[in-house]
Design a protein around this ligand. Structure first.
Ligand code: ZN
Length: 73
């Protein structure tokens, strides 16, 4: 739990034109956004592996990272 200083998130767009977030070798799909620019991201392996890893961002800043991945990349 907790962010390593060396882990830098990078934002991009998937092949399908959806926003993606890349962090620590994992990719996350944009799930939804609430008022106050708080965005929820889920691991791209969520459906395939039942991965529960999520990221919450406000603007460009990561405020929460659940890095309990159930797979290796
Ligand atoms: Zn995962």
């Amino acid at each position: 739990m907790g962010l390593q200083p060396t882990e830098v998130a990078s934002y991009g767009v998937s092949r399908h034109g959806k926003p993606v977030l890349q962090l620590g070798g994992h990719r996350f799909n944009h799930k939804y956004e609430t008022a106050g620019r708080r965005a929820y991201w889920i691991c791209v392996k969520a459906r395939l592996h039942g991965c529960k890893s999520t990221i919450i961002t406000i603007g460009d800043e990561i405020v929460s990272y659940n890095d309990q991945h159930k797979h290796y990349h």
